[in-house]
Write a protein that binds this ligand. Structure first.
Ligand code: CMC
Length: 388
């Protein structure tokens, strides 16, 4: 079509070269820096995987300790940022607040805005990974009208997040280690996924020379939509809408009806046309969490499992390679842990932060040009302004 390749949705256009993540969607393979996601989920943890994504290699024990220590000591946010929250309505959607507060980090941390200075870039990376869970928990506390909880340096990354979410100054309980591990796995499984819409957005914003906090805020904005990170939230809303097991067939018929906009949320993926390998790990974690909390008989969760089973056997879904994706199970786990639905995509953003930064760094370290797609113009030819 004319001078340009026309590829809406970037279905067959590579926007960059990358050494970070490899996906074979047909075979259901996901590798970070060469390591299979299943092995990372089994043996690594979120911060170690973040280090791997950022640096290209797994850390030695000494490097890991130093990295964890640095992240831990960056978890607090500027005290004035707490005032910034007060400008939002209490019932604001957490993603709306996150876009604002993460972008606003560039107004608070002037020592990490120079994208041409490697030390600035490193500090920004540490700050962002460290502060995302603190900000996420602050959004939640602000929504429910409770005081913000400070992070604790004696807790691990995911444990600390659950502490800031569910403890109060009046009552500090130990975080359940099974839930902390599940939380860590959710962060880890979301850590990177090559050139998805939000990562491409981060690269695109970065290609203009924008500062790292602004770039990550743009990634959060792109993640918000229900076709991307908003899907885990959409899964729970869908389960609410379906109601009970007797309605499953009706909703499956709606999902298959091309005149009905309803889609089975948490099913299908642009790249995976077989099982999403992250979903396999997530399903196992889901079973562990439900067993730990004694929720195996929860009617909604049982209905979700039945829906999954029926869809997996259905010819419509089979023939189109539509399998449950990572968000189908992450939504169920998060609900079981007690995380409110509106916060699900914020959790996704927290997990995806190291991936976004790794891609932003990779772009800056290589030759890059401002991302500037072309278009096929289909509007009016030149015409004259009507004479008065
Ligand atoms: N329910 C019913 N039909 C579906 C679904 C679904 N969830 N997903 C795809 N289809 C059908 C679609 O109608 C089309 O059918 P046909 O060939 O007859 O026209 C076929 O499957 C191919 O779908 P597509 O829309 O061309 O595929 P895509 O690659 O453009 O979209 C997707 C991928 C993830 C946006 C889509 O599968 C979807 O909307 N899924 C539900 C939302 C969701 O779970 N998103 C999370 C993705 S994983 C997390 C992340 O990476 O952000």
């Amino acid at each position: 079509k004319g001078k340009f390749t026309y590829d809406p949705g970037f279905v067959s256009t590579a926007s960059c070269e990358s050494k970070i993540t490899y996906i074979d969607g047909g075979a259901g393979i996901l590798l970070h820096r060469g390591y299979p996601i299943e092995q990372l989920a089994e043996n690594s943890d979120f911060l170690e995987t973040s280090y791997l994504l950022l640096h290209g290699e797994l850390p030695t024990q000494e490097e890991k300790d130093k990295f964890v220590n640095t992240i831990t000591h960056h978890t607090m946010v500027h005290e004035q940022l707490a005032q910034f929250f007060k400008g939002f309505r209490r019932d604001a959607h957490p993603m709306a607040v996150m876009i604002g507060v993460v972008g606003a980090l560039s107004a608070f941390y002037h020592d990490s805005l120079d994208i041409n200075d490697a030390r600035h870039r490193e500090i920004a990376a540490h700050r962002l990974i460290a502060k995302m869970p603190t900000l996420a928990a602050m959004v939640y506390k602000y929504n429910i009208g409770q005081p913000f909880m400070y992070p604790r340096n004696d807790l691990g990354y995911s444990e600390n997040f659950l502490h800031m979410m569910f403890n109060t100054p009046c009552e500090e309980k130990e975080v359940n280690p099974v839930l902390a591990r599940a939380m860590d796995k959710i962060f880890l499984l979301h850590a990177d996924h090559e050139q998805n819409a939000s990562t491409s957005t981060v690269r695109m914003a970065g290609s203009t020379g924008a500062n790292p906090y602004a770039c990550i805020a743009s990634g959060i904005a792109a993640l918000w939509g229900p076709a991307h990170g908003g899907a885990n939230e959409a899964v729970l809303r869908m389960l609410d809408e379906i109601g009970d097991e007797t309605q499953i067939d009706k909703y499956l018929a709606k999902a298959k009806d091309k005149n009905d906009p309803f889609r089975l949320m948490g099913f299908g993926h642009r790249v995976y046309k077989s099982y999403d390998p992250r979903a396999t790990v997530m399903k196992k974690t889901c079973d562990e969490v439900l067993a730990e909390l004694g929720l195996e008989d929860d009617p909604q969760l049982k209905m979700a499992m039945k829906l999954e089973k029926i869809a997996l056997e259905d010819e419509y879904f089979k023939s189109r390679g539509l399998y449950p994706n990572v968000d189908f199970y992450s939504g169920i786990i998060l609900k079981a842990i007690g995380i409110p639905t509106e916060l699900f995509t914020v959790i996704f953003a927290t997990g995806r932060t190291p991936g976004w930064i790794a891609h932003w760094n990779e772009m800056l370290a290589n030759d890059y040009r401002i991302a500037r797609p072309r278009q096929l113009y289909t509007g009016y030819a030149k015409r004259d302004y009507p004479k008065k």
